[in-house]
Structures are given as C-alpha cells and as structure tokens.
Design a protein around this ligand. Sequence first.
Ligand code: MG
Length: 252
Amino acid sequence: MDRIYRLKQGMGGRYAVERDGRLCWLEGDVFGDYTPGLEIEPGKSVTLAPVRPSKIMAIGLNYKDHAAEMNKALPAEPLVFMKPASAVIGPDAPIRVPTWAGRVDHEAEMAIVIGRRAWQVKASQAMDYVLGVTCLCDVTARALQVSDVQYTRAKGFDTFAPIGPCIAVGLDPSSLAIEGWVNGDKRQASNTNQLIFPVPELVEFVTRFCTLEPGDIITTGTPSGVGPLTPGDRMMVKVEGVGALSNPCVEG
Ligand code: MG
C-alpha cells in the first residue's frame, strides 16, 4: 500500500510516495497515474498537509458514544457542515487556540480524500472515488458552536483543520482503530466500524447535492472523549494504517 506525502520544496509542495519501505519523489499525477521516482531520505523535509482541498465536508454525531456525551439525539441522516480550506494546516504546524472564544475542543477523526470528481455517486460505487485515508483533527470552538446558530465560526478558524501526515492509498476505511491523544494521554479510542453512517453512504449523501473534486475531504466524525485544548498542549490523532498526526497548540 502506498502512503503519499506532500513535502515542502521551495515555496510550495511536492508529492512523495512511500512504497515497500522506500520514500521516493512521485512522478506523474497523484490523482491519476504515478510512479515512484528518485529515492529521497525520510525526515529531511517538512511534511505539509497532504492535500489542499477546495472544501472539507465534515460529519457530526456519527458515533453513538459521542452523540451520547453531547446529549444529542442520533441524526436520522448524516449531519453535514463545512470547514473552510483556510483552516487547513499540516503535521506539526501550530493550532492557534483563540482563548477569547471560550472552550476549544479536539475531535480526532478519520478522513477520506477524494481521488476523482464525484457527483451523484451511489454508495455501491463510492470507493472508486476515494483515493485514500488520512487523519484530521476537527478542532472546534465549543462555546461558539453552542452560542452561534450554525457551525461556520466554531469549526472554521484558521488552523482548525490539521490534516495528515499522509494519504494511505486504497486503505479500506471500514474498520480502522482511531485514537485521540493530548500530551501523551489517550483521550479518545474507537474504531471506524462504529460509524453510524459509513464512508460509502457519506459519499452518496454528500454528492447528491455537491460535487466533490480531487483532493476534497470528507471527515467522518469523532468518537467520545472530546475535551479542551489549551496553549502548550500537543494534540495527536492516530488512525490505523495511516499513522499519527501531531500538532502543538499555541495561543492565537
Ligand atoms: Mg467533528
């Protein structure tokens, strides 16, 4: 299985592919045909967010235990909201915690990266449109989520969408361990087999009203154990088969 990284090069990013234990520059189109090129030394370059999505479709209340801890009823159909592209950061980039906004929470999530333009895709065909799996932290200004009528501000601050460290290409998202850690303490632990609405249904639901472009993301919701982040914390999301996404928190 390939793992695709986007590494800093000059002012931009360049894709690399890890295959059979070797990290190589990616030659070709990450969303089309590609092959491993020249081998490169791991750890020499800054790892960026693996994609720059045009949009992030986020699903709320998609684990029963999280709905219960929020004292919310299970939705009859997926509860969807958007996080803006401007919220995206990569591994190790700081999450800016707006201390004026009240409580800010971590939400460890498994996210999928779209590989082909998707419009009105049936669940039975959905996985043909998924390039792979990554980790996402759906950072949430919880107090604003409660006080605002809708989620745009609470979910949309700059730096509130850490993504990475890679795209695990072709990884089956239906049964993956997922964990959220703060300062080395495991706060969230579940498995994507607990999703109320699994990935194929989410792709069908979203593409019924909205075209997903290559690089767009659906983040599938968080299990129970959400809690506050404060400046000085380090947040980590782990998804089985993907790896760990780790970000420090600073005052912002
Ligand atoms: Mg969430």
